[in-house]
Design a protein around this ligand. Structure first.
Ligand code: NAP
Length: 350
């Protein structure tokens, strides 16, 4: 049990990211002081929205430069704080050329780096880590091995590796390492958020994030001939951000938390958008035959292994613990997708 002093600043690593930006905004709106770490203060295109928040909330937001791959990089930002929310980690599944360098090293070394700073700095009492359902399971087919074909926080991804689902592997290694480091001391505890695929409005105009890119591709007709018959968990970015804050400030919060509103097929996303935006976008109307996905999938970053183990396979995620331990409520995905499309339209991204 850890009570966090709400008067002290809170560190959010990777503050420029899609999820982290909402965490920063909600903390500021709640009157908290925030230290957001970003890779570069010079790259204003990535931090434009944070600079606007800094202007709006004046002395409440400070930006610190820190890189996951530079030892000690986070020390300055963490000095004197009790709560560290560690979200920074590369998130992409397509176009991976060197998984070790692009995904595993920053996720794993970066987590070690941040947690070693927390070990060095005696004020830290709690770390909230953004992990993923990708550290719970690797492929949908893995659900055939678990009771009721339903994943819970008890499960760990045992099927991803450097060549198959390397992003999921990076998240699994990083979360495992975080628990190992935490167990070696008692001053700070660890609360982990394991979101499914995060959707919903972005606070920035960036298009390079995987969540935003998925919606852009959906609306721009990339999937107009059809989508793979894959079930995915989805959750609203605003609910994920709130989950991190609740994880930080709920004294008894404990363990891992599957943070996911609902599982639906990819086609379900298109259906909801079509119901609300009519024929404005070239949306898919059906699933692609699995044989065709084997052929064209690799052009979209879907390996044969992914197709074999995910297309047409079941997926169930039990989100009950997140609702009990953190008292999270999940908004309906209809609202998530509508707000996301509206934000992309109003930001001129389409
Ligand atoms: P995002 O927008 O791409 O954010 C990733 C953040 O990590 C960015 O701030 C990025 O900095 C930072 N980062 C990457 N490499 C770094 C490095 N070497 N040093 C310092 N910072 C680095 O992605 P997101 O969707 O918000 O993801 C945030 C976290 O949520 C990640 O841990 C991801 O694995 C996890 N997650 C995401 C989803 C999802 O569907 N979006 C689902 C489950 C879990 P720059 O701004 O400089 O690029």
């Amino acid at each position: 049990m850890k009570s966090i002093n709400p008067e002290l600043p809170i560190v959010v690593t990777g503050g420029s990211g899609y999820i982290a930006s909402w965490i920063v905004k909600y903390l500021l709106e709640d009157g908290k002081q925030v230290r957001a770490t970003v890779r570069s203060l010079k790259d204003t295109s990535k931090i434009e929205h944070l600079l606007e928040l800094k202007e709006k909330f004046k002395d409440k937001l400070s930006l610190f430069e820190a890189d996951l791959m530079v030892d000690g990089s986070f020390d300055k930002s963490i000095e004197g704080v009790e709560l560290v929310i560690h979200t920074a980690s590369p998130f992409f599944v397509a176009g991976v050329k060197n998984a070790q360098k692009q995904l595993i090293d920053p996720a794993l070394q970066g987590t070690k780096n941040v947690l070693e700073s927390c070990n060095r700095i005696s004020s830290v009492k709690r770390v909230v880590l953004t992990s993923s359902v990708a550290s719970i399971f690797g492929d949908n087919i893995d659900s055939l091995q678990v009771p009721n074909q339903t994943f819970t926080e008890e499960h760990w991804n045992t099927t991803s590796n450097l060549t198959h689902q390397p992003y999921a592997y990076s998240k699994t290694l990083a979360e495992k390492e975080a628990w190992e480091i935490q167990k070696k001391q008692t001053r700070w505890d660890l609360v982990v958020i394991n979101p499914s695929f995060v959707m919903g409005p972005s606070l920035s105009k960036r298009l390079d994030g995987t969540s935003v890119e998925f919606m852009k591709n959906m609306l721009k007709g990339v999937f107009r001939t059809g989508v793979p018959d894959t079930k995915m968990g989805f959750v609203d970015v605003r609910d994920v951000a709130k989950a991190h804050i609740l994880a930080g400030f709920t004294p008894n919060a404990k363990g891992r938390h599957i943070t996911s509103a609902e599982v639906m097929p990819m086609l379900g996303v298109a259906k909801i958008i079509k119901e609300n935006f009519g024929n404005k976008y070239s949306l898919p109307t059906g699933n692609l035959p699995k044989a065709l996905v084997y052929v064209i999938g690799p052009f979209f970053g879907l390996s044969w292994g992914y197709t074999k183990n995910n297309i047409g396979q079941p997926l169930n995620l039990n989100n009950e613990y997140s609702k009990i331990d953190l008292r999270i409520t999940y908004r309906p995905l209809k609202e998530t997708f509508i707000d996301h499309v509206n934000q992309m339209e109003s930001s001129g991204l389409l």
